[in-house]
Design a protein around this ligand. Structure first.
Ligand code: NAD
Length: 437
């Protein structure tokens, strides 16, 4: 099978590399010339565990190609994936300009039947627009080519993307023809030999499924953050409450960890976009509006705790462990660390940060406004407090004697509840978690 993937970011590169891994011939296309040039040299634009090996292996075997030319990549493709960004527009709705410009390009250059699959997260109705854009471009070429569109939302998690793609819980595909269904079934069957389902449905339902999934996950997080904040006020420990409710299989123990708010390239924008979709349809998503409000408030929680502890922040040095929006990724989009850093800098604190992989990416946004150091312990040197904002594995069990020795004041703000507060208090630390009295 010949595959084209247009957009070579987190989703496109993982999709392309994993499809090449099962033996198909894949061309990953991107308008970013530097990105494509680097990929041809084996330099990856993102950090994602396991991705480099799979990209290099398939590139060397000649199954994975990189190009800036949609024309070249789309030629004879049986399936073309659209995997470009859908950032929020000014009103919160998904900005479809990149998706539709790719659709137009595909229509300009396709030369045989193919299934055009939207993998980007897009609102209901977008596949129809993709179909119209392709048809209009074909009409301009006076070409009477048949094609199908399909919707195949992506559920991979950054930080575990390769594994998620190769061993998905489920694959959702929206189709409107048996021919497209058969092609997608053939392409994806190697990934579901473990018996996990490929769920076929109509296209609008597939488009909606992605938003509903992310909205549900964001809701769990905000709900738990709300419970955590109340626990703190009334004197309960949210860690215990979490265990108490998570053992109920109807609730489950995943995604109920309180913290410093959700970030990343998906939850914030997808929650916004769904609220917007509903507004356009004259419906009010009241739960999701609250989810967003709680999250905005939660991103301020660590700063408030720091302020309450110190009174004045002016002149403090704060050591920050973690920058990326979650562990195992260098993605800084909507990271809670960015809000905390901006509040600290506005209050004349100095921030000294360490992150195992995201410092280079962070520099693009933060420049030299903060200090970067090459080990977690270096960040602590003479700092007035340690703030943990991303729960990277290497932060979980530090030598607290050394931590105490290096800090000027033994104060820890644990934005992810990864430490045992009793232990740290016994050691003489002032400890602040989320949802712990
Ligand atoms: P990204 O920003 O990492 O990558 C998008 C890529 O598309 C960029 O490399 C950009 O240069 C390229 N591009 C833009 N216009 C183009 C064009 N006309 N032709 C060719 N390339 C073009 O984005 P991402 O994180 O991979 O997300 C892509 C989509 O997948 C979004 O809709 C997102 O919501 C969705 N999604 C993302 C994730 C995730 O974890 N990142 C998970 C599931 C779904």
């Amino acid at each position: 099978m010949k595959i084209a993937v247009v957009g070579t970011g987190y989703v496109g590169l993982v999709t392309g590399a994993c499809l090449a891994e099962i033996g198909t011939d894949v061309t990953c296309i991107d308008i970013d010339e530097k990105k494509i040039e680097n990929l041809k040299k084996g330099i990856l634009p993102i950090y994602e565990p396991g991705l480099e090996a799979i990209v290099k292996r398939n590139f060397e075997k000649g199954r994975l190609h990189f190009s800036t030319s949609t024309k070249e990549g789309i030629k004879d493709a049986d399936v073309a994936f659209i995997a470009v960004g859908t950032p929020p527009g000014e009103d919160g709705s998904a900005d479809l300009q990149y998706v539709l410009s790719v659709a137009k390009e595909i229509g300009k250059h396709m030369n045989s039947y193919g299934v055009i699959v939207t993998k980007s997260t897009v609102p209901v109705g977008t596949s129809l627009k993709v179909m119209e854009a392709i048809s209009a471009a074909l009409l301009q070429r006076d070409l009477n080519l048949t094609f199908d569109v399909a919707s195949n939302p992506e559920f991979l998690k950054e930080g575990a993307a390769v594994n998620d793609f190769l061993k998905p819980d489920r694959i959702v595909v929206g189709v409107s023809s048996d021919k497209a269904k058969a092609i997608m079934q053939k392409l994806y069957s190697p990934f579901v030999m473990n018996g996990h389902p490929i769920i076929f449905m109509d296209i609008p339902s597939a488009e909606m499924t992605k938003y509903a999934a992310n909205a549900m996950l964001a809701t769990k997080i905000s709900f738990m953050n709300d419970i955590a904040n109340l626990c703190e006020i009334i004197g309960a420990d949210v860690n215990l409450v979490r265990k108490g409710i998570g053992s109920d299989p109807r609730i489950g123990n995943k995604f109920i960890y309180p913290g410093a708010g959700y970030g990343g390239s998906c939850f914030p924008k997808d929650v916004k976009a769904l609220i917007r979709t509903a507004k356009t349809a004259n419906y009010n998503m009241e739960v999701l509006q609250a989810v967003e409000n709680v999250n905005d408030r939660q991103k301020e929680v660590l700063f408030t705790k720091i302020k309450q502890h110190f009174g004045t922040i002016d002149g403090l040095k704060i050591a920050l462990w973690g920058l990326s929006f979650k562990p195992n990724t260098d993605d800084m989009r909507e990271a809670p660390s960015l809000i905390l850093i901006s509040r600290l800098l506005a209050s004349n604190a100095r921030v000294c940060a360490y992150d195992p992989v995201a410092m280079e990416e962070a520099r693009h946004t933060l420049g030299d406004s903060i200090d970067y150091v090459s080990t977690a312990m270096d960040a602590l040197e003479n700092a007035d407090a340690l703030v943990v904002i991303t729960e990277w594995p290497e932060f979980r069990l530090p030598n607290f004697d050394i931590v105490k020795q290096k800090l000027k004041q033994a104060v820890i703000f644990d934005g992810r509840n990864i430490y045992n507060h009793h232990e740290l208090k016994t050691m003489g630390f002032a400890y602040y978690g989320i949802g712990i009295k």
